[in-house]
Design a protein around this ligand. Sequence first.
Ligand code: ZN
Length: 214
Amino acid sequence: MAIAFFMIEKDRFGGNPTVYTRPLARLIEQLQRLPGVGPKTAQRLALHILKRSEDEVQALAQALIEAKQQVGLCQECFHLSAEPVCEICRNPNRDNTTICVVADSRDLIALEKTREFSGKYHILGGVISPMDGIGPEQLNVSPLVRRVSQQKTKEVILAITPSVEGETTTLYVGQLLKPFTKVTRIAFGLPVGGELEYADEVTLARALEGRREL
Ligand code: ZN
């Protein structure tokens, strides 16, 4: 059925079988470039945008442009910031001597939500992945070493997802920082509410390895 319809459309309009008027097609195409947005979602979003008032659409467009123009990276920790130095780095109540190293800003946000950490952060901007051509030079590794060696740092906590690339990154960064300070890594283990018997071996091994005294 779908194929037959497609053929008829193509015949009648001589070429591009699009059902969208051009500006709408452009909007859908742009939305579809966003991560996690497939053709159907892009269409739904585009039609929704068209239904909203012109003021609302202006506000959306303005927010997109302003965010892009104004948000850069903190020169200390490389977290997203509209100021040269981010709010976390400027906060005098946060412990300057403990630095938590994460792969990207999303990880920082996740950790901040726990309210368990009151030190500073450092964002690497990814993990070492030779397959994708990402080595330490492509990441914010040198600024981290400089930061740790020049400031009084009591501890660096490595909080990087334990994938193959994440492990490589943790070991590499750990080795670099050990001459300057104490280096720890966060424990990985069982999810809260998870059943021990259903956990995979790597997770169980990590949980055992990361045990601590009661
Ligand atoms: Zn910062």
